[in-house]
Design a protein around this ligand. Structure first.
Ligand code: DX5
Ligand code: ZN
Length: 217
């Protein structure tokens, strides 16, 4: 897809078989996953409830791959230490979920975790400007968060392009999350994405390696 930079693939375990979650994670590692994307939903910020820090802690020993924890919860601050202690490596919160963003960012930083800010499809990238020098990554949501298996919103590609420009030479990674498939992965990377999250397109068939490679290539 792009020989000049390494693209990281982060399978979202939301589409895994939860009755065999540990085995699924081992399979993803064998299949070449670079990160494990963990979608945490609270039934309040998004209309779905998934997993908490207890589950993150119990699957942490299954792999050495970094855990990319995407918090779709509001409020966030009171849960961040739990996820850090459970073994999260990246902790991303939604810009729309917390009103005291600098405080939340400092909290994640004080726990020595990578700091990510996620923005919903309708949130303009300019909202990131006040915190842009404080963060390690941005998750550009390409669906409205809450469920796996939704359709990729095409206007995200232009949004990634503008964000890439806005980031300039800062050391900030762009992650794209929602509806990523082999049909749109190339466009996301060409626009400036560094990390691609994918749930249904990786878990759709048992050959996870093949599905990961079809997004990466
Ligand atoms: C959406 C989640 C995503 C999603 C990815 O709320 O943050 O990580 O589950 O799944 P797919 O790739 O199926 O959209
Ligand atoms: Zn996610």
């Amino acid at each position: 897809m792009n020989n000049l930079k390494e693209i990281l693939i982060a399978p979202s375990i939301l589409s895994a078989d939860f009755s065999r979650l540990g085995e699924e994670i081992v399979s993803l590692e064998k299949a070449g996953a670079d990160l494990i994307h963990v979608d945490v939903m609270d039934g309040h910020f998004v209309p779905n409830i998934t997993i908490g820090a207890l589950v993150v802690n119990s699957i942490r020993s299954c792999t050495k791959i970094p855990f990319d924890v995407h918090l779709m919860i509001s409020p966030t601050d009171s849960y961040i230490k739990d996820f850090a202690d459970a073994g999260a490596d990246h902790i991303s919160i939604h810009l729309e979920a917390e009103v005291h963003l600098h405080r939340t960012i400092s909290l994640i930083r004080s726990l020595s975790k990578k700091v990510g800010i996620a923005i919903n499809p309708a949130t303009p990238i300019e909202m990131l400007l006040p915190v842009i020098d404080e963060i390690d990554m941005v998750i550009v949501m390409s669906v409205n968060p809450g469920f796996a298996g939704q359709t990729f919103i095409r206007s995200t590609v232009d949004k990634i392009k503008s964000l890439k420009k806005m980031i300039g030479d800062r050391n900030i990674l762009i992650e794209v999350d929602g509806g990523v498939t082999s049909d749109n992965a190339r466009d996301c990377v060409a626009a400036g994405a560094d990390i691609l999250v994918a749930g249904s397109s990786i878990f759709k068939t048992p050959d996870y390696a093949d599905n990961i490679n079809s997004i990466r290539l």
